[in-house]
Design a protein around this ligand. Sequence first.
Ligand code: SAH
Ligand code: SF4
Length: 362
Amino acid sequence: MQDLLGLSPLDVARAVREIAAEPFRAAQIFKWIHERRAADFSEMTNLPKAMREALAKDFVIGLPKIALRTPAPDGTEKFLFELSDGARIEAVYIVESKKTPSWTDPETPGASRVTICLSSQAGCAVDCAFCVTGRMGAGRNLTAGEIVGQYLAIARAKSFGPHEANVVFMGMGEPLLNVANVVRALDLLEEEVSPKRTTVSTAGIVPGIETLAGRPRRPNLAVSLSAADDETRTKLMPINRTYPIAPLISALKRWPLERGRRITFEYVLIAGVNDRTADAVKLAALLRPLPSKVNLIPLNESKEWLPGLLRPADAVVNAFAKVVADGGVPVTVRWSKGLQADAACGQLKGREEPRRPAPQAR
Ligand code: SAH
Ligand code: SF4
């Protein structure tokens, strides 16, 4: 059984050529999978019945299995998926209130307010001190089909069509350590989610940023910074030893931004660690020379996985935001909503996994 999910239109045509020889048939099949979110060949009603049956004998559309859906009162919904090898990953369907500015696409008025947050790896080796996915340890890269499959399975479950959602790579894993498959997935999604409405969030993997920068159609870039000095950043994000702040900022200066666009910098605020006024002053000074905007994320706490790390009081978050804004850098705060589904990576999976002893806070 060959999986058609994850194949380009050309590869679908190659795979099915003995059963569906005419090129328009392959195009129809691709369209059924991607635009009409078919999960089964029997749904492909404009193909002859015998062709559908022949396809079903040799091929599958490997949408990931939904293991658990966790809806929140505000419409946000977390999906836990089980992949063919048993690996569990999560993705989130986020609905944003029309009243609040969209943190995923604040510059496009009237844009759809549905955002799908996708995972790129089943775990993460980057090991940031404040991240549940990181605490759970490394996992394998997802294939392009497994990445696109999360989007299609959610589109099917929530019944939204092409061009109705933004996509962000802010789920589990570091997308730029799986850059080949992420790029393949972006290409497969291009027909229904334009790169302008796609955001790749990275812990600052410089070679991956350079790979994306060299592509003709680029997603928006979000960089998880979380500290404006190397000492604090290395404590929170050990990857800073490999890609410290100065070379990271130099790589970002070379990022080909379209007019009016900015690079987003995510900054997870942790009480007593990186939330002082001096940190905010440093952050604004570092980012002022770049077309940047800051997205502050008050820590999503986890007593079990992140012992000793606390979210600052709201007043501290607001004061920090004001200092950054006064320093000349646009800033938004991502207040958690619903199940805090948009703030947390790996929390749902954390509940499903066998417990591992919590590490000491660093
Ligand atoms: N690996 C990529 C994308 C996944 S993480 C990256 O690090 O950018 C997506 C975002 O969630 C990152 O900005 C990360 O800093 C943030 N994050 C991780 N753990 C968090 C927590 N406990 N509370 C709030 N934000 C968190
Ligand atoms: Fe990995 Fe991102 Fe979590 Fe860091 S914050 S451990 S890079 S998923």
